[in-house]
Ligand binder design. Structure first.
Ligand code: NAP
Length: 210
């Protein structure tokens, strides 16, 4: 597949690029800083681009089979995540390309009701990005044109091992026997590429965890 990855130099994005390249896909990695793009695997094409610029996104996605986005705004600029989502949706409506978004865990529901981000003890420093992710998901849900899917990571998303194993859920946080909700970023990338190759989610949110 021909896949464009926005946010390709980030914690999530570069593992998505690595997973896609390892499966033989033609990957175009996009970010704004060219220096960090130079660190991506040699098999990936790299392009400087801004996911808030519709013209950039149309140019970088025309003729592609799939767009994956894993951008993250700087602290204080969290609402950019919503702008990126609406820009990508607008561009993908023009190009007809499927869109997979990496979102946030905060809006997942938890056993007993309510959202993870509303649970007592949820770290206050995460609330701005969690709120932006709520807006990002709402922008997707308002779009009935693009073939999009929104992947909410589990509560804990950290660099680790690639096991290839994960469980899939919907709007509710997936937890293990110890009540923990986690996955390595490597396995989140596996789940994204599995969804890319065999689409099972259309205009809906899903989550993955061990
Ligand atoms: N448990 C959770 O819910 C959880 C945990 C971790 C991450 N996440 C989500 O996963 C996503 C990715 O996080 P991350 O940790 O991988 O972020 P990160 O390491 O900060 O990387 C962000 C990437 O986005 C790029 N970027 C930012 N703005 C851009 C723009 N306008 N156009 C193009 N590229 C842009 C950055 O490169 P340039 O600055 O060079 O453009 C960089 O490649 C975020 O949405 C985050 O909320 C969720």
């Amino acid at each position: 597949m021909r896949i464009t990855v926005f946010g390709a130099t980030g914690n999530v994005g570069r593992r998505v690029v690595a997973e896609a390249v390892s499966r033989g896909h033609e990957v175009t990695g996009v970010a704004r800083n060219p220096v960090r793009l130079a660190g991506l695997p040699g098999e990936a094409r790299v392009r400087v681009g801004d996911a808030t610029d519709v013209d950039d996104v149309v140019a970088l996605t025309t003729g592609q089979d799939l767009v994956i986005t894993a951008t993250c705004p700087a602290p204080g600029d969290e609402s950019q995540l919503v702008t990126v989502a609406t820009t990508l949706l607008t561009a993908c409506a023009k190009t007809g390309v499927r869109l997979l978004l990496v979102g946030g865990a905060g809006s997942l529901t938890v056993e007993g009701g309510g959202r993870l981000m509303d649970r007592p003890g949820y770290p206050s420093f995460l609330l701005p990005i969690a709120a932006a992710c709520v807006g990002q998901l709402a922008a997707c849900r308002a779009n009935t044109v693009v073939d999009w899917a929104y992947l909410s990571p589990p509560d804990l998303l950290v660099p680790g091992e690639r096991t290839g194993l994960y469980r899939v859920g919907g709007d509710e946080l997936v937890v293990d026997a110890d009540g923990e909700s986690r996955i390595s970023i490597e396995d989140l990338a596996v789940a994204l590429l599995d969804e890319a190759e065999q689409p099972r989610h259309h205009r809906t949110r899903f989550t993955v965890a061990y």
